[in-house]
Write a protein that binds this ligand. Structure first.
Ligand code: AMP
Ligand code: ZN
Length: 120
């Protein structure tokens, strides 16, 4: 397992630590959720691990509780936001070709409009 201590050069580590302001919509012992600064849908929220994990490619069986929390927090938020009935998308980008720009684990919740498939 790679080092998961906070990285002072990581944007999301700094947001989780409160060093950089964000519009936080959820926080628990494992996950912090913030509104995306450049929303790609009417609802665009990022569910971010508190630990510095470079991407979902770094996860192992031992991360089951974290994965469950990330998805459960997103589903709870979607229900509370009133977008669950129509459906929404949860996605995590990995690496350059996956479109990842912040190398710290996060799941995008995109909703409030119909999504297209396949993504670009
Ligand atoms: P990804 O490209 O999948 O790594 O997702 C990173 C996301 O973080 C992008 O959708 C960005 O718009 C978003 N983002 C970048 N900087 C901030 C910030 N300071 N606060 C909130 N979201 C951000
Ligand atoms: Zn980080």
């Amino acid at each position: 397992m790679t080092d998961r201590t906070p990285d002072p050069d990581c944007l999301f580590c700094r947001i989780v630590a409160g060093e950089i302001p964000s519009e936080q919509v959820h926080a628990d012992d494992l996950v912090v959720a913030i509104r995306d600064i450049q929303p790609k849908a009417p609802t665009h929220v990022l569910f971010v691990s508190r630990e510095h994990i470079a991407s979902a490619a770094e996860l192992s069986d031992a991360d089951g509780p974290l994965l469950g929390r990330l998805y459960a927090a997103a589903a709870d938020f979607a229900r509370a936001a009133g977008i669950a009935e129509n459906g929404y998308r949860l996605v995590t980008n990995i690496g350059t070709w996956g479109g990842q720009t912040v190398p710290h684990l996060h799941i995008h919740l995109l909703g409030g409009r119909a999504m297209t498939w396949p993504p670009g």
